[in-house]
Design a protein around this ligand. Structure first.
Ligand code: FAD
Ligand code: DLZ
Ligand code: SF4
Length: 523
């Protein structure tokens, strides 16, 4: 029996379920670079280059083991531009008896796959993606009958089930969560380690040239491209993180510093999400470092929680709730996305810095995504679809299954609190505490009203005022609403007027550095 096995650009794992039982004598593996996937959002140039180069390396690796790979390059003659079209061409060429795939990460692709058997008149087997630590079925069982979903409880079950950081039935260190020891501001004396980057080889150089030529209008630069594109290099990047960064990961997990985009973060999400690394091996490596005395428990637990907890949890929510999830807009936010999300031309130094780093690296760390660009989008009431498309495009690790719950749920509260118990809204004081951005800003973080006032200060209260009916009853918002209730009517009116003037100005570019007579960041 001849089997055609399709591998997608984020399924680059040799133990992938679609490859299980592969017979090199009879089977063919299909991999396809297609316009539909490279262009459905204006992906960052580095993201496209990373995926295409990693796909080409993966195909070479399979071939070296004697596997026949039918590989469609983006610009090869006859490339149909779609996964369905490339499958049709491969069926005509190889006349397989059946097709095997691993379930895709995104709803839209699964819908497409579900039509293939009928369209081609061949059995199509869609296998579970067992690279995740929690299957979709297992998550659905956990969620069943719960009124609200909270990551912390899910995470504890996952710790018990996997045995990670467990001492018998109890969590190591006597606590499930060590976050109170994390979240320190970064002292000037602490320097971030130099990060492992990988010089492009001939395959990557070809891909970089293709992306530079054919994707020029897409967001981002290619100059800093140093991503691993093979499993061997991704493992080296992981090893470097465990040795050089994990010891201080927890302490400075929430810190932000100008010119230090990576700090002590792992930068492994692009590898994890395209399949070069697996979540289990990363968690095991982190736990091993703690058991060997090379990293403290607060950081190791915090790191493992991101992968075993948050990553699995957001995937579970995505599959449980799609496709309706993407349609909700609980806070009725409808403002268009300002241009400065793409060009960085804003006098808000924090936002400009994060956009600049994202443009240069296809990366921003979690707190930059949540508390700078995310916080701004929440406070400004940006239309969820518009900000979601931005997040899906600009990061090398972005795939809808992980981007959507983070943006729709965690940042925009558009799901009405299904994923997060309260909106992550913050004024300038938080940004000032966790970063050095305010010292280089045209606005003054300590000023609450007037031309010099930090926009996050009045937008924060404006957000509370405009969402009072929806949020005042939330027990976790009690303190904010008690403070708001103590505000004089005059101050309320001032907050609303200043916010409206600022938000109206967004569409007109009124607060770009040029409009304000300042020098713009070099973007
Ligand atoms: P580290 O801080 O070193 O964390 C280790 C790993 O934990 C990450 O590699 C990632 O796999 C996982 N992780 C951490 N937080 C989360 C989370 N909230 N959800 C899922 N996994 C998590 N992550 C993506 O992989 N793709 C996305 O498209 C994405 N979009 C996001 C959008 C917003 C608005 C926010 C707030 C977060 C988003 N995240 C996304 C989660 C997180 O910001 C990134 O995973 C992280 O910044 C990647 O950098 P790192 O590998 O250095 O992470
Ligand atoms: C993200 C991406 C890109 C940019 N290009 C391709 C591609 O050319 N071929 C491919 O098979 N996959 C690509 N991907 C990853 C897919 O978008 C991903 O597999 C689906 O979104 C399902 O998660
Ligand atoms: Fe951002 Fe406000 Fe600080 Fe400027 S003053 S960097 S706008 S928080």
């Amino acid at each position: 029996m001849k089997i055609l096995r399709l591998i997608l650009g984020d399924q680059l794992t040799r133990s992938l379920s679609a490859l299980d039982g592969l017979s090199p004598e009879t089977d063919v593996v299909l991999m396809a670079e297609v316009a539909d996937e490279t262009r459905y959002v204006p992906h960052h140039k580095q993201k496209i280059a990373l995926i295409l180069s990693a796909m080409r390396h993966f195909a070479e690796d399979l071939r070296a083991d004697g596997v026949e790979v039918d590989y469609s390059r983006l610009n090869c003659a006859g490339n149909s531009g779609s996964l369905t079209g490339e499958l049709a061409r491969a069926i005509a060429k190889h006349a397989p008896d059946r097709i095997i795939v691993t379930e895709p990460g995104e709803w839209r692709v699964l819908e497409m796959m579900r039509g293939w058997s009928e369209a081609f008149g061949i059995p199509v087997e869609i296998r579970e993606d067992d690279r995740f630590l929690c299957s979709r079925g297992r998550f659905a069982r956990w969620a069943e009958g719960r009124k609200s979903f909270r990551m912390e409880f899910f995470y504890r079950e996952m710790r018990r089930e996997t045995g990670l950081l467990m001492a018998g039935e109890e969590p190591e260190g006597g606590q499930w969560n060590f976050d109170k020891d994390n979240r320190k501001a970064l002292p000037a004396s602490v320097k971030a380690p130099k990060r492992a980057r990988f010089a492009p080889d001939a395959i990557t150089r070809d891909v970089l040239a293709l992306v530079a030529r054919d994707f020029a209008p897409h967001f981002g630069t290619l100059e800093n491209f140093g991503w691993a594109v093979t499993r061997a290099d991704a493992l080296e990047a992981l090893d470097h993180f465990i040795q050089a960064c994990l010891p201080l990961y927890g302490d400075y997990q929430d810190a932000m510093k100008t010119g230090e985009p990576f700090l002590f973060h792992s930068i492994i999400s692009p590898y994890l999400n395209c399949g070069l690394l697996t979540p289990r091996e990363i968690c095991v490596a982190a736990e091993r470092a703690w058991r060997a005395g090379d990293a403290p428990l607060n950081g190791v637990e915090g790191f493992i929680r991101q992968i075993l907890g948050w990553r699995e949890y957001v995937r579970g929510i995505y599959w449980l709730q799609m496709p309706a999830y993407a349609e909700t807009n609980a806070l009725e936010a409808h403002r268009p996305l300002p241009d400065f999300f793409w060009d960085g031309q804003t006098s808000m130094n924090c936002v400009a810095q994060v956009v600049k780093e994202t443009r240069d690296n296809a990366y921003a760390h979690h707190i930059q995504r949540l508390m700078i660009t995310g916080n701004f989008a929440l406070l400004a009431g940006i239309e969820p679809r518009e900000i979601e498309a931005w997040y899906l495009a600009v990061f090398a690790d972005a795939y809808e299954w992980v981007e959507l719950p983070n943006v729709h749920g965690m940042v925009m509260f558009a799901d009405g609190g299904l994923l997060a118990s309260k909106p992550y809204a913050a004024s300038g004081a938080y940004i000032n505490r966790m970063s050095d951005y305010c010292t280089g800003c045209a606005y003054d973080v300590k000023v609450k009203s007037g031309a010099k006032a930090c926009p996050f200060n009045y937008l924060y209260w404006n957000f509370m005022i405009s969402n009072e009916a929806r949020l005042a009853g939330n027990p976790r918002m009690g303190m904010a609403y008690r403070t708001l209730n103590a505000m004089t009517p005059e101050r309320r009116a001032e907050v609303i007027a200043e916010s409206e003037a600022f938000l109206d100005g967004l569409a007109k570019g009124a607060q770009t550095p040029a409009a304000q007579g300042q020098i713009a960041l070099d973007l």
